[in-house]
Design a protein around this ligand. Structure first.
Ligand SMILES: NC(=O)c1ccc[n+]([C@@H]2O[C@H](COP(=O)([O-])OP(=O)(O)OC[C@H]3O[C@@H](n4cnc5c(N)ncnc54)[C@H](OP(=O)(O)O)[C@@H]3O)[C@@H](O)[C@H]2O)c1
Length: 302
C-alpha cells in the first residue's frame, strides 16, 4: 500500500508519516511546497505521478481569525482543496482521507455530537470546512471524512510554537497569572493517537467492510474546558501556576466558537476501533516532548 500524506510537516501530518512508516507502510510525504491543494491542475499532476492507493490530506487554512477576514481564501483551500483531491482520487480509484472539524456544530447541544446531528457552523472557517466535507462524496467513491478537534502534536509545538500545550507552558515560564476560558468544552486530542487510529482505519480489512466508508468523528475520549485542560497540563508538569478561569465573553475574539464541541465516537467504536482518554494522550505528549521522541498508545503498549 502506498500512502500520499499531504501536509506532511504539520502536527497531524508528521505523526501520520511516523506512525505509517512504523507500520511498514510506504509513504509519499508532501509538504505545502510540493502541492497546493487549491490548485486542481497541480493536484492532478502530483498525485497522478505518485499513483497512491491512499491519499491522506491534513492541509487546511485553519487560522480562524484569518479565515473570517479572508472567506475566499478559506473556501479555496478548505472547500475547493478537498474537491480537487476527491476528483483525482476518484479517477485513480484511491481512498481519500480528509479531516474536518468539531467546529461545524453550533455547540448548543448538551451531549456528544454524532455524525447524524445537524451541523450549524458559527464562523467562516467552520462553514468552509463543512463545504469541504460535502465536496468529497461527489467525486470519490472510497473516502473517510474525519471530524476531529483540539489537536496538539509534537511537530506543531516544535515547528510553529502553535499549540495550546506549548502556549500554556510558555506562559507558565513567564510566571504571570494565566486566565483561561472555562465555558468552552471540547476534547483535546494528541495527534499521535489520532494518527494511530487513522493507520488502522485505512487497512483493507477495516475499510473494505461493507458500508465502512463515510463520515466519522474521531477525537480522544472524555471532555474538559480549556481551563481544565490547562490545569491538567500544569498538574502533570508539576508547575505551580496562578491559573484563573474566565468566561469566553471576557476573552476578546472576532470569531464565534461553539461552547460545546464534544464528538461521539460510537460509529468509530462499531468498526472495532477506539481512542484513549484525553488525559492519557496529554501524558504521552508531555513525555514525548521531554524525551524528544513522539509516542503513541500502541508504541507504549508494546
Ligand atoms: N488544529 C486543530 O486543533 C484542529 C481542530 C479540528 C480540525 N483540524 C483539522 O485537522 C487537520 C490537521 O490540522 P493540523 O493541526 O495538523 O494542521 P497543521 O499543523 O497546520 O498542518 C497542516 C499542514 O497542511 C499544510 N497546508 C496548509 N495549507 C495548505 C494548502 N493550501 N495546500 C497544501 N498544504 C497546505 C501546512 O503547510 P504550511 O504550514 O507550510 O502552510 C501544514 O503542513 C486540518 O484539516 C484541520 O482543519 C484541526
Amino acid at each position: 500500500m502506498k500512502v500520499a500524506v499531504i501536509g506532511a510537516n504539520g502536527q497531524l501530518g508528521s505523526d501520520l508519516c511516523r506512525v505509517l512508516a512504523a507500520h511498514g507502510i510506504e509513504i509519499a510525504p508532501l509538504t505545502h511546497r510540493d502541492l497546493e491543494i487549491s490548485d486542481a491542475a497541480q493536484a492532478d499532476r502530483v498525485l497522478e505521478s505518485i499513483r497512491p492507493d491512499v491519499v491522506i490530506s491534513t492541509a487546511a487554512f485553519h487560522k480562524v481569525e484569518e479565515c473570517e477576514k479572508q472567506p475566499a481564501q478559506s473556501f479555496a483551500v478548505n472547500a475547493m482543496g478537498p474537491c480537487n483531491l476527491a476528483r483525482v482520487c476518484g479517477r485513480l480509484d484511491a481512498l481519500l482521507v480528509h479531516f474536518s472539524t468539531d467546529y461545524v456544530f453550533d455547540g448548543k447541544q448538551q451531549r456528544p455530537y454524532t455524525e447524524t446531528d445537524l451541523p450549524g457552523p458559527l464562523n467562516v472557517y467552520a462553514v468552509s470546512k463543512l463545504a469541504g466535507e460535502c465536496m468529497v462524496p461527489f467525486s470519490c467513491r472510497r473516502y473517510f471524512v474525519i471530524r476531529t478537534g483540539g489537536l496538539y502534536g509534537v511537530a506543531g509545538g516544535a515547528g510553529k510554537g502553535g499549540n495550546f500545550v506549548e502556549t500554556m507552558l510558555k506562559k507558565a515560564a513567564e510566571h504571570a497569572p494565566i486566565r483561561v476560558v472555562n465555558d468552552q468544552v471540547l476534547t483535546p486530542t494528541f495527534t499521535g493517537d489520532l494518527a494511530e487510529v487513522v493507520s488502522q482505519i485505512i487497512r483493507p480489512e477495516v475499510c473494505g467492510r461493507t458500508g465502512a466508508y463515510g463520515l466519522y468523528h474521531i477525537t480522544a475520549e472524555g471532555q474538559c474546558s480549556w481551563y481544565e485542560f490547562a490545569r491538567k497540563i500544569f498538574e502533570l508538569e508539576k508547575l505551580a501556576v496562578d491559573l484563573q478561569p474566565i468566561g469566553a465573553a471576557e476573552f476578546y475574539s472576532s470569531v464565534q466558537r461553539p461552547a460545546y464541541s464534544v464528538l461521539s465516537k460510537q460509529k468509530l467504536n462499531r468498526l472495532g476501533l477506539a481512542m484513549p482518554g484525553w488525559e492519557e494522550g496529554l501524558a504521552r505528549y508531555l513525555a514525548a516532548r521531554r524525551a524528544g521522541v513522539p509516542q503513541t498508545a500502541n508504541a507504549l503498549a508494546r
